[in-house]
Write a protein that binds this ligand. Structure first.
Ligand code: COA
Length: 153
């Protein structure tokens, strides 16, 4: 098991944008939620290996709007540790609901969120068609719909 520590990234200069862009192709969206949300970095020693962002949306509701692990550190359990950390921080922050959204093609992501307790609430059909000009293909599947998921805290 890899030992990581997770802490809030208070200074904007600490934020590794290249990691955020692994999870989100939209530079405008990333910039927007970075300014409004709270970023957390996962570290091995002094090296940042992952990031996630929590954004308050509605009363008592927070959304995990971005989560990414450096390619060479993926599939080692770090993503799961970060999702569980996000759930814990949301609970401590007195939120009642944690939301997340992922593409229909994100097999790994859908497995990860469900293993951490998220349930599917609805599907935003054609979300990716509406918001992106270029086709996104992952796991040989075209990314068209946004699967919206939630965990009650
Ligand atoms: N079927 C079933 N389970 C799968 C799976 C599959 N095809 N692929 C992965 N999993 C499971 C793993 O087994 C693990 O569960 P376990 O601990 O019970 O074995 C769980 O998913 C999490 O794996 P983990 O190693 O913690 O994930 P990670 O460190 O690779 O991080 C991401 C996951 C998604 C954050 C990482 O792959 C990433 O940065 N991807 C690019 C950015 C991205 O897509 N972000 C999400 C946007 S919605």
């Amino acid at each position: 098991m890899i030992d990581i520590s997770i802490r809030e990234l208070k200074n904007k200069t600490e934020i590794p944008y290249n990691l955020l862009f692994l999870a989100d192709d939209s530079k405008d969206a990333v910039e927007d939620y970075i300014n409004r949300g709270t970023c957390y970095g996962a570290y091995i020693g002094q090296t940042i290996v992952g990031i996630y962002v929590l954004l308050k949306t509605r009363p008592f509701t927070v959304e995990l709007v971005n989560i990414a692990v450096k390619k060479e550190y993926q599939n080692k359990g770090i993503g799961k540790k970060m999702v569980l950390d996000a759930i814990n921080r949301a609970k401590i922050g007195n939120f009642k609901v944690l939301d997340v959204g992922t593409g229909n093609c994100g097999i790994h992501q859908l497995a990860l969120y469900q293993k951490c307790g998220f349930r599917i609430t609805h599907v935003d059909h054609d979300f990716f068609k509406r918001h992106f000009d270029e086709k996104i293909i992952e796991n040989g599947i075209e990314c068209l719909d946004m699967i919206r998921m939630r965990i009650e805290l």
